[in-house]
Write a protein that binds this ligand. Sequence first.
Ligand SMILES: [Zn+2]
Length: 328
Amino acid sequence: MAIKKSKEDKNKLVPDEVAAKVVREIYRMKLSGMNATGIAAELSANRILTPSEYKKNEKCSRLKWSDKVIIWILQNEIYTGTLISKQQFRLENTHEAIISRHDFNLVQQIMKANTRTTPGCNKVHLFSALLRCGACGGNMTHRTSSYKGNQYRYYQCMTGKGNGCTASGAIKEDDLTACVSEILKSHVNNLVTVDSMLANPRNQFALQKVTVEYDEKIAERKQKLEKTLPYNNRLYDDLIEGLLEKDEYEYFKVEYATDIIRLKQEIKDLELERDNILSGKNEQQNLLECLRQLNDATTPDRNVLLHLIHSIRMINKTELEIIFDYQI
Ligand SMILES: [Zn+2]
């Protein structure tokens, strides 16, 4: 779904913009903490066509998305521009990516952690898959319990003393949220350069220089290609007019054809590399946007947490260790 064979060139894969929008939306929902059932329900409710219905071009149908289809889409590397052959060979950059490698890896990380949700609730808890027990390294899961009419929400290491955890500690959700917010805020405040970095003329200049270099290389190839094409087109006329012998004609025909294919490929590769560099800049902007959002919000957003944090270790009830997952 969303990646199809080009109409002009059957050997080329191109994104199908309508379906690509749905795929991006599915990833966005997953990153915001929804599970496959929740995503499927939301898409069905919004009457979005499922892949098979979309393929058949059906207008009116059941519009029932299943968990399986959602999971299949969330695990399919094709959306990052990578093709996996039947023999399991990986071919990277075979086509335009519609999901960034970063977001794809994040989704895999969330899915691997097998985050469970409370029955009847399609949202994953704020710290699921992020919080680890400082004593045994095990996952800490969200629990709710009632005592004298009050509900308590907390995270607990599920390993247990019998399975080798010496602490089996628990932490209240409110305490955890407050503590993590505080650490994150002081962390962001230490990055005095957040804004200045983005505006840093040196960074901008370096980026500009790189793209100019690529543009020059691309222009040079295009010029060569433009020079070669008329020669190639004239070959047959030259043969007919007797300017070329048959063997000369055959020789040049192969020669020009090879040149044209090579130049076209080089142009494509250079354009892709240049665009990748530019999208790297976008990733950095996203990151800075996340950091800024964190500074403004009272409670961190799960999407922001997943972007910035690799894991949180609970040393004890008042001590947390945060391992960050980004580079500036
Ligand atoms: Zn533990």
